[in-house]
Design a binder for this molecule. Sequence first.
Ligand code: ATP
Ligand code: MG
Length: 579
Amino acid sequence: MTRTTKTAHMRMSSLFAPTLKEDPAEAELNSHRLLLRAGFIRKQAAGLYTYLPLAWRSLQKIEEIIRDEMNASGAQELQMPIMVDAALWEASGRFGAYGPELMRFSDRHGREFVLGPTHEETITDLVKDELKSYKQLPVNLYQIQDKFRDEMRPRFGLMRGRDFIMKDGYSFDANPAGMQASYDTMKDAYARICERCHIKALPVVADSGQIGGDTSVEYMALADAGEASLVYCDSCGYAADDEAAVSPLVVEALSANDEVTRVHTPNITSIAALAQFFDIAERATVKALALLDEAGSPVVCFLPGDHDLNEVKAEHLFGTYHLMDDDELKAYKLHKGFMGPVNLPDGIRIVCDTSLKSSAHWVCGANELDYHLTGVCPGRDFEPDTWADLVTVVAGDPCPHCGASLAGARGIEVSQVFQLGTKYSEAMGATFMDEDGKEKPFYMGCYGIGVSRTLAAAVEQYNDEYGIVWPVAIAPYEVALIPLDPKKEPCLSATETLFESLLEAGIETILDDRDERPGVKFADNDLMGFPYQVILGRRGLERGVVEVKTRATGERVEVLIDELVAYITKRVSAERDMA
Ligand code: ATP
Ligand code: MG
């Protein structure tokens, strides 16, 4: 039977969704495993996947939510070529700088091109010839397109592909205030996109982490499988990548004694062993790390024993540095495991974490094999060269905004908003005539959403032991109609009538018309994760009822056949994306 309804529908007997009986061995993450098993994706080569019809439907729903929010915010959709002239990347200075992730190739004439991993160059080149006056600003343009990155380790299915779908958008403003306004609008729209896709995400300060402002935020979908490690504050909403996070951590007095005391600590070289030896918390010990800075000068850093040196912060302070190896330690007369700020060999800079500033009585190395000191006071027993923020913030540290204890979580970066300033417009000579008659470079912002990664993040957040559990807003179909005797009366007629009525009511329905055992059908429908299952069994039909199972909760209710469409419409429309 052919139908003319515009409501999306499908018969499972003809659906192209090859399911797998076993978990695919290569899949570590739930999202990867389930998307493969449930017949949503197939791999062509490392990091290259075909989106099969069910995945494609969900992806299109995500894209529609994005389009709706972008258009409502005044952004305009366009489509740029995926191939980009390498000359544009030369002009921006990124052709060399981007590195091996950039897919490069040449055409038959030997002209070099790249497959766009992102499109700042293309769009800046486009507008530079078209936007001439401040009167035409601001402009915000976006596209949804495949992007290409030759990732070092393509993995986790759609999470980190080499060809993936991205929404990328770019704003052009006349001045920093305009850029800030465009950025703020996008930041809000991105929060709503996560919400409408039912992605539980935190806006995480990505770069400076400065209090009171941000120039880049990443939306992190919370998931144990996420690659990013975050800290966030439940009281005030502060959230940051733990690499970028700052904290007003204060370490109180460490040891009780007020005098410097030399203690024999044979073979006590680790923080754990030191804490155990003195029967104190690791926080109450001081960790020392010796390094050579970019100029090759020796530095010893001192941090609270339970915190690690933050590589990003260290690079800001020391440039390209490296921790001293055993030979270098020897050359500077340093004793691994026994370094401290007192009696440090001459010429070595002492850099201490700010958290230790007000703490007297350090427990630290004695710069002598097998000895530690207790009761060491900064200012009295030694003078640091610098106090600096050195540590990676961890859960339990105080929030920089409100002081409450930070919580830790893992996240998947699904999107990012970024103030670019004039980086690309200056490099590429993209200017406009301002009100004062002067040529000025555009102030730009860029805004990216990983569309295919969002799909994977959703599965990561919505699954159980039986399969995927789609939120209605991005489910490939809203309802699965499951007759247990699809070929026999009265099941056959009841099924066709209900299918028709559901579609007429605008409910996206997939009919499992396969001649399979009920157990197989239940397993497949659970695996594919349609939000509602309407089950038609012979005994129920005799009583005029069908069973409705809510996939998310497993709850089952009997509903009168005559009331089914109204019941489903009510349930589904309450959870549907409301554009
Ligand atoms: P990551 O740090 O995860 O490599 P990124 O910061 O380099 O990502 P952006 O340049 O900010 O990525 O790209 C915008 C969005 O595109 C990201 O927020 C992410 O959702 C998505 N994305 C980036 N790289 C990939 C990839 N290899 N596979 C799938 N999605 C990706
Ligand atoms: Mg990013």
